[in-house]
Design a protein around this ligand. Structure first.
Ligand SMILES: [Zn+2]
Length: 242
């Protein structure tokens, strides 16, 4: 028990009692943290508007038995632009929902933290194709969480090269010999997009000139892949205009 300091990103908040709020935070050093911000809903609260969803904050917390208690919060980046735009906010909410599902309490999670920060920063630059930034984020998140989608070799037999059938259950692309007889090969443009989703900086996905049909098809693959591994669909994903 005691005080500790962490950088965190607010994943979600919900009301507690008359004036308090429970926060789910992703921190660098302690993974997911559930904490109470006391009096945060009272006018003139010392936390002001610093503990809103997507906010990147420097926190001081007191370790509690169940929930920790926020004692100080300093805002590093508010990501207001993401919160106030419908599409960006739907993408950001899907990101934080997915992180909330994947992150573990008390487990260092630097990679997740940096990925989420990269995701929110890329959205804050108001990309042309925010849904693709989200899809890239989710594919990378799957990798960090231990479900790396295999795209540059057959997920069944390992034969190298890019194969056109994507199998959620096998965890990646399948060669003609491994693919079930009734499977539908993906279009080349969709496969190309999935490859772009699976690595590199998210900012490279910000302004894609790929036709919407291919972007939607690749997004659907990413969503099915995540749903399969997380056990149930991400609720906010449905809200994202595509
Ligand atoms: Zn194979």
């Amino acid at each position: 028990m005691g005080l500790y300091r962490e950088q965190g990103i607010v994943l979600r908040t919900y009301k507690l009692g008359e004036a308090d709020r429970i926060l789910h935070l992703l921190t660098q050093g302690k993974g997911k943290v559930r904490a109470v911000a006391k009096g945060v809903r009272k006018p003139g609260s010392r936390f002001g508007g610093r503990l809103e969803p997507f906010g990147h904050v420097d926190l001081q917390l007191y370790e509690g038995r169940g929930l920790d208690i926020v004692t100080q919060a300093e805002l590093l980046t508010s990501f207001t632009a993401v919160r106030e735009d419908f599409t960006l906010s739907a993408c950001g909410s899907t990101m934080t929902e997915a992180i909330d599902r994947v992150a573990q309490e008390g487990e260092r999670s630097n990679q997740l933290f940096l990925l989420l920060l990269d995701g929110l920063r890329t959205l804050a630059r108001v990309p042309l194709t925010p849904a693709s930034v989200l899809d890239g984020f989710l594919f990378r998140l799957a990798s960090v969480a231990g479900y790396h989608p295999q795209l540059d070799a057959c997920a069944g037999c390992g034969s190298p090269g890019y194969h056109a059938v994507f199998s959620i259950a096998s965890g990646g692309a399948l060669c003609p010999a491994c693919a079930p007889a009734d499977s539908h090969p993906l279009d080349g443009s969709v496969l190309g997009l999935l490859q772009r989703f699976s690595g590199g900086n998210l900012s490279t996905l910000a302004d894609m000139t790929v036709p919407p049909r291919a972007r939607r098809a690749a997004g659907a693959v990413v969503n099915s892949f995540l749903t399969y591994h997380l056990g149930k669909p991400l609720r906010a994903w449905e809200l994202v205009p595509r």
